[in-house]
Design a protein around this ligand. Structure first.
Ligand code: CMP
Length: 143
């Protein structure tokens, strides 16, 4: 079984989309293995998006990711990385077809509601970055 890392980004959390997104993954057949509501700091955002460090939008991307709470999740299933990416839709919401998460809930590439790992190797790297050794734990936060 494969695992993938999925994160509802600050605009998704602000717009009340966590439940809808979790529901789509459950209905598709994924198993939830970890979930954590958190406010990430700049060093973690910069490590997570390290491969985009030289891109012109890197600063904007880090500002956005640290602008509010995110919901980090670990989902398990057959071909989890590829199946998650097809549920999520194209990176640019303009190209994401209706029925996908970005196709239904996002308008702009800079705030595209959700992140999904692009390879099994990156999935494991991102899971350790966000969950350490405790990806199996479910975290419940109260204010
Ligand atoms: P994500 O799938 O999380 O991975 C990298 C992110 O970079 C991507 O989603 C987008 O949110 C962001 N991104 C990609 N292209 C641009 C762009 N041209 N301007 C701003 N953000 C971008």
């Amino acid at each position: 079984m494969e695992r993938t890392f999925v994160m509802v980004k600050p605009d998704g959390v602000r717009n009340g989309l966590i439940g809808d997104i979790v529901s789509r993954f459950e209905k598709k057949g994924f198993t939830l293995r970890g979930i954590k509501l958190m406010h990430i700091d700049r060093p973690l955002a910069e490590r997570h998006y390290g491969e985009h460090r030289e891109k012109p939008f890197f600063g904007e991307l880090v500002d956005y990711l640290t602008s509010g709470e995110v919901c980090a999740m670990v989902w398990e299933g057959k071909h989890a990385v590829a199946n998650a990416r097809s549920l999520i839709g194209k990176t640019n919401p303009v190209e994401a077809v209706p029925g996908t998460i970005r196709g239904d809930f996002a308008m702009d590439v800079a705030s595209n509601v959700v992140h999904g790992s692009d390879s099994p190797e990156n999935a494991e790297r991102e899971i350790s970055l966000f969950f350490g050794d405790s990806a199996a734990a479910v975290y419940l936060f109260t204010s």
